[in-house]
Design a protein around this ligand. Structure first.
Ligand SMILES: *Cc1c(COP(=O)(O)O)cnc(C)c1O
Length: 382
């Protein structure tokens, strides 16, 4: 039982809708790895993965072994790829839970091979190449040597080769993304006579949306599944693509007090907002402890009765104030009235990208923040 005023709602039908939209855009020939790391970007990893499995997803991406183990413990079938890495202590669980590790060094490859052999398993492994991200991965020139190493280790199978784009969301950087893709394809060419390298994949949401030529054998959408466009233009608009996405997360609270105050009243710590007219102020039980960060002070807007009203004064640990004076029916707003901080209400909508703009960050961080700090309620499909 939760008595919290605050809740994050997860619309599972929208999640499935986004998956099916991505499926329609990439076609039946391209596999989809549903990226559910970071608790499915705050949406709840297990529920998200189960819904996506129901919609046809058979490959899932997580960052760490622990997440993969949780998915298996929940009963999830299919392939679970561990994108970030596998410390030696985790090798037994990697094999036991039939996870698919991503490797980028020979020590890990040898260690995993040894463990798999000891447990009498042939382990699928994906090899990561760095073609411009400057993060994880072997350099393209090393690929043949790694493919050769696989040949000497019968307990591991090269089931895939992947890379990652650093700039695929940025229109101005499209030529560089094309170059990164070409570098990846050239590296794949160097697999040589070692035979098949399995599944080739590089495209995140931005790759699949803005660079269709990068879809290759498999795409790895994260943010698009959760209903946000990966690319934002310099003017703040979403970069258009062929994807039609639906937001999955909403964040709601309720008014706990309404008060009328005279002109000249300072609100909240520091009195950074002082009323310049007689005002009607609503107090909301949400603050930075709930992920509604202090940077939203005097910046953000929320929805009440479908209309936008501004956050006034500093956001506190568990409370903030909004000025409802300009609502047409302000006098009717009472404690208990629903307030939407993210999502839709009547004809109003506040998107994760808008909140991200106020926070000077990206939608990804907003979803992780709100989702991880609040109790979630799932709205079932159908
Ligand atoms: C997180 C991640 C993705 C998903 O990226 P989005 O931009 O959310 O689509 C894909 N691939 C890798 C390796 C990742 O770490």
């Amino acid at each position: 039982m939760s008595y919290s005023f605050n809740r994050v709602e997860i619309d599972l039908a929208a999640l499935v809708g986004n998956y099916l939209e991505i499926r329609a855009v990439v076609g039946e020939q391209v596999r989809i790895m549903a990226v559910v790391k970071a608790d499915a970007y705050g949406h709840g990893m297990i529920r998200a993965a189960q819904s996506l499995y129901g919609a046809g997803a058979r490959t899932f991406g997580v960052a760490e072994v622990e997440e993969g183990a949780l998915l298996r413990e929940s009963g999830l079938e299919g392939e679970v790829v561990v994108l970030l890495g596998t410390p030696p202590e985790s090798y037994t669980d990697v094999v036991r839970y039939r996870l698919t590790p991503v490797v980028y060094d020979l020590e890990t490859l040898a260690g995993l091979a040894q463990r798999a052999a000891a447990m009498d398993v042939v382990l699928n492994v994906h090899l990561k190449v760095d073609v411009g991200m400057g993060r994880l991965g072997i350099m393209p020139g090393e690929i043949a040597a790694f493919a050769q190493a696989f040949k000497g280790l019968p307990s591991v199978r090269l089931a895939g080769v992947l890379s990652h784009f650093p700039l695929a969301d940025e229109q101005a950087a499209d030529p560089q993304t094309t170059e990164h893709l070409e570098r990846f394809k050239a590296a794949l060419g160097r697999l040589g006579e070692t035979g098949s390298g399995g599944v080739f994949h590089i495209a995140n949401s931005a790759g699949l949306a803005y660079h269709p030529g990068s879809q290759l054998d498999m795409v790895r959408p994260g943010i698009a599944l959760y209903g946000c466009h990966p690319g934002i233009l310099p003017n703040g608009d979403c970069r258009a693509s062929s994807l039609t996405l639906q937001p999955v997360m909403s964040f709601k609270t309720g008014v706990i007090q309404v008060k009328e105050v005279p002109a000249g009243t300072g609100l909240s710590y520091g009195h950074t907002f002082v009323t310049n007219r007689p005002s009607r102020i609503a107090v909301l039980p949400v603050g930075y402890d709930d992920g509604y960060l202090r940077r939203l002070s005097n910046r953000a807007e929320v929805l009440i009765r479908g209309q936008r009203v501004p956050v006034c004064g500093r956001v506190c640990m568990n409370a903030c104030m909004v000025d409802i004076t300009d609502l047409p029916d302000a006098a009717g707003v009472r404690p208990g009235e629903e307030v939407v901080l993210l999502g839709r209400q009547q004809n109003g909508e506040i998107t994760a990208d808008q909140v991200a703009g106020w926070l000077e960050t990206i939608s990804y961080e907003v979803l992780c923040l709100f989702g991880s700090r609040n109790s979630r309620v799932y709205i079932e499909e159908g």
